[in-house]
Design a protein around this ligand. Structure first.
Ligand SMILES: [Zn+2]
Length: 63
């Protein structure tokens, strides 16, 4: 059980705080595969060649 707050936050306060919350930008980087070099989200396998951290992590979608 988490401790419950002493004062209840107003709905307006909660909503204005959440209005500032944004999804983080996806970090894009070059594929580690020198033969590919595609722009891909970091910490994810390359969608075009399937490489991740210098190895084949996924089956390439396109041969
Ligand atoms: Zn790639």
């Amino acid at each position: 059980m988490a401790a419950s707050g002493f004062r209840k936050k107003s709905r307006a306060n909660t909503r204005s705080r959440r209005a500032q919350w944004k999804a983080p930008m996806p970090r894009l980087g070059r594929c580690s595969n020198p033969a590919c070099g595609e722009l891909k989200p970091q910490h994810a396998a390359c969608p075009s060649c399937g490489h991740y951290k210098g190895r084949q992590a996924l089956r390439p979608s396109k041969p």
